[in-house]
Write a protein that binds this ligand. Structure first.
Ligand code: TYD
Length: 214
């Protein structure tokens, strides 16, 4: 992207657990780099030192403690507020393409739809955290909740973290939440069938990204 000296872009990847985002981000990053573009890959929660500390708090239950949905919402927002200002804005201003593994739509869906926190606080806190930095493109990898759960069970030999211990109904709500959201903002979102094989998914994402930005 920086070759042309223009402003960079922010692309976020979203989807429920086990949807395959991380693999596809890596594949897209490699492909973009091979074609000579400057890429920054980051993730949420995390992506900065402060964000990674917050990630630890969010993912690992402190013995005997139960995190409230409100505290959870604010911690995700805090990690994002740091990431936006420390990494995303400077990178985009340098003309880079930023690939972000989750962004504000995760909060809309997980805390808003699945945990059922009211829309107003979720939207207001999201806006406060990101300012006017909304992704140029958001790619949702869509998989049925059952398949996602099966994949994460196969993936980890150790115990699932706090966010991976929800019920199948929770992940079904997450999936549905993404589909409704994507449908309501069709200019920004594309939904890719995450049950296809990895090469097919990579190809579909590449087509969309290269068509728009290269
Ligand atoms: P992570 O290990 O990064 O999972 P994944 O590979 O599925 O992205 O953990 C992030 C978890 O945090 C995941 O369960 C989704 C959840 N999450 C929220 O609930 N709200 C948010 O705003 C974000 C960014 C993540």
């Amino acid at each position: 992207m920086s070759k042309t000296n223009k402003k960079g872009v922010l692309i976020s990847f979203e989807g429920s657990e086990g949807c395959g985002k991380t693999t596809q981000i890596r594949r897209l990053a490699n492909r973009c780099q091979d074609s000579g573009n400057d890429i920054v890959v980051t993730r949420e929660p995390g992506g900065t030192e402060i964000g990674e500390e917050i990630r630890h708090l969010l993912k690992h239950t402190i013995k005997g403690e139960r995190m409230t949905p409100e505290a959870e919402l604010l911690l995700f927002a805090a990690s994002r507020a740091q990431l936006v200002r420390e990494l995303i804005i400077p990178s985009v201003n340098e003309g880079k393409m930023v690939l972000c593994d989750r962004y504000l739509d995760s909060t809309t869906v997980y805390q808003g739809v699945a945990r059922q926190i009211a829309e107003d606080p979720v939207n207001n806190i999201n806006s406060f955290a990101v300012g006017n930095i909304i992704p140029d493109l958001t790619i949702v990898l869509d998989v049925p909740a059952e398949l996602g759960m099966k994949r994460i069970k196969n993936r980890f030999s150790d115990l699932p973290d706090r966010m991976e211990q929800e019920t199948i109904e929770f992940y079904a709500k997450v999936r549905e939440g993404y589909l409704v959201l994507a449908n309501s903002i069709p200019d920004r979102f594309i939904v890719v069938d995450g049950t296809l094989n990895q090469d097919e998914i990579e190809e579909k994402i590449w087509e969309e990204v290269s068509l728009r930005y290269f």
